[in-house]
Ligand binder design. Structure first.
Ligand code: ADP
Ligand code: MG
Length: 236
């Protein structure tokens, strides 16, 4: 049995023979409302593992450094072990969620420019929004690292917008997390999946992501499968 080294709300991290490599197991666990709702959703782990694997491989083509090594089963992948920077980096193209609440914009209003926002990853504090000076004052990251994360986030955004456009899906917003690898470089880590992106069918405006669960609008997996099958076809 592999040794469990860390686990969070949706993934379990296991040690491998190589100290710089983790086996990451994607679970069916699904949370919403700041962890108030907790459910197991059949096949979610497998679908997200496959979507995330496809997206990380796609990002490699654009020289976006990331932790992905290989997918080893339906639910598992090998990732480079990094020191996580405890920030959630959010990129927005259309107004939704917290942005919409904060500014009273219309839902899915196109923004004139993509926005990058940083949130401290801290469940007890409900992931407070932080600015560059907060991040530096709290020693979470330095100015250079912040600018690197912002640049990478915007680069990922362009690559993902283009990918999803090909399969008639609009990328509303997404969250990424970064880590520092053994050469002290900032690389993309964690996951990119419908748990961490807002994706809508460009024609029907149907949500293809966790918003369906958040809003209790029925079978969330229908959209997840649609995203997976379209990506498989596009990236085959
Ligand atoms: N390459 C990596 N190396 C080390 N830790 C990682 C890596 N990728 C993701 N993690 C961390 O794995 C943990 C488990 O992930 P997850 O279940 O999504 O946690 P959370 O509940 O914080 O969202 C998180 O703390 C995440 O930051
Ligand atoms: Mg997570």
């Amino acid at each position: 049995m592999d040794k469990l080294v860390d686990s969070g709300k949706t993934k379990q991290l296991f040690q491998t023979k190589d100290k710089n490599v983790l086996k990451v197991h994607y679970t069916n666990h699904t949370t919403a409302g700041d962890g108030k709702r907790n459910e197991q959703i059949e096949n979610k782990g497998a679908v997200n593992n496959q979507i995330s694997s496809l997206i990380f491989q796609y990002l490699n083509k654009f020289d976006i450094p990331n932790h992905f090594i290989e997918q080893t089963s339906n639910t598992d992948q090998l990732n480079k072990k990094v020191n996580m920077i405890p920030l959630e980096v959010v990129v927005r193209n259309l107004s939704s969620g917290h942005f919409q609440k904060r500014f009273g914009t219309n839902n899915l209003q196109q923004l004139s420019k993509p926005v990058v926002e940083f949130f401290m990853k801290n469940d007890e504090l409900h992931d407070p929004m932080v600015n560059d000076l907060d991040v530096q004052a709290l020693n979470i990251a330095n100015e250079h690292q912040l600018s690197k994360m912002r640049d990478l986030a915007l680069k990922i955004n362009i690559a993902l917008i283009n990918l999803f456009k090909e399969i008639n899906i609009t990328l509303v917003d997404f969250k990424v997390e970064f880590g520092i690898d053994e050469s002290n470089h900032i690389i993309l880590a964690d996951e990119i999946s419908p748990d961490s992106c807002r994706l809508i069918d460009t024609d029907t405006k149907e949500s293809l992501d966790k918003d369906v669960f958040r809003k209790n609008e029925g079978n969330m997996m229908k959209g997840y499968y649609k995203v997976l099958h379209k990506l498989q076809k596009e990236l085959a």
